[in-house]
Ligand binder design. Structure first.
Ligand code: SAM
Length: 251
């Protein structure tokens, strides 16, 4: 007998009918990072993992006001940041591990306003394709640092440096560690502990951790590589900041 009524629906869905079900999120978590995003791609925009426009707008509007010739978004996903930059840049490149996410990005970018020449590349932001090195005056990344292990953060900083030309800017949003009294801090630690257990027991790994590449560690790594930093308190007291790391013109 066919199941009718509410039982036919998954008992939990993110953001209404468009979002993934709990089962789909579980399947994602049991895949590799790339495979997980390939699966999630068609529904990604309806998840809370998509960086909201309210977080993208302040740093990207500031970057656009300073002028953008060629911009690269690392871990571009479905292209949220690229879409915002499309009316302002001449050349846009999105780099992501997941072909599924890039297919969604291509579809959405095609329909977005702006004249920029867009290309989407499959690749690892820790080891970017050689032909992209030194080509950009703006490198951005949003919502993707949780997929970079702490020991790989110096490689991320080095990749951003090498992708930029002299005087170029690496722009992103990060945060400070929430206080010990904050439930968000303990939820994040709980999630990270569960992820470590999952990755110890199950292959391939799904690399996703909270509270990564935070200030002041990110500042220290960027300064050690030679970047000059500006930190903008764009989001009031929410614990999030925009960072603009500039590769000096003479470096
Ligand atoms: C949470 S999504 C964020 C997508 C988009 N930037 C946004 O803010 O909505 C993270 C994205 O990073 C990509 N990613 C994870 N690790 C990566 C890596 N090492 N190199 C390139 N992309 C990566 C994933 O495939 C995914 O599309």
């Amino acid at each position: 007998m066919p199941i009718r009524g509410p039982l036919r629906r998954p008992f939990f869905r993110l953001r209404g009918e468009e979002g993934p079900s709990l089962l789909e999120l579980l399947q994602q978590a049991l895949s590799s990072t790339t495979g997980g995003y390939d699966r999630l791609a068609p529904k990604f925009e309806a998840t809370p993992f998509r960086t909201p426009d309210a977080l993208l707008a302040p740093p990207l509007e500031r970057a656009a006001a300073a002028g953008v010739e060629a911009a690269l978004d690392l871990g571009c996903g479905t292209g949220a940041a690229l879409r915002m930059l499309k009316p302002h840049a001449r050349v846009l490149v999105g780099l992501d591990l997941s072909e599924g996410m890039l297919a969604e990005a291509a579809r959405r970018l095609e329909a977005a306003p702006g004249e920029a020449l867009v290309s989407l590349r499959v690749g690892d932001m820790l080891d970017p394709p050689a032909d992209l090195l030194g080509r950009f005056d703006l490198v951005t990344s949003f919502g993707a640092f949780g997929h970079v292990l702490e020991e790989d953060e110096p490689r991320l900083v080095d990749a951003a440096w090498r992708l930029l030309g002299p005087g170029g800017r690496f722009v992103f949003v990060t945060g400070t560690r929430p206080p010990r009294t904050s439930p968000a801090r303990w939820l994040a630690h709980g999630f990270n502990a569960a992820m470590r257990v999952r990755n110890a027991l199950w292959k391939p790994p799904f690399v996703m951790y909270y509270l990564t590449f935070l200030l002041p560690r990110a500042e220290a790594l960027l300064r050690a590589r030679g970047f000059e930093l500006r930190v903008y308190r764009d989001f009031g007291a929410r614990g999030l900041v925009s960072v603009e790391a500039r590769r000096p013109s003479d470096a």
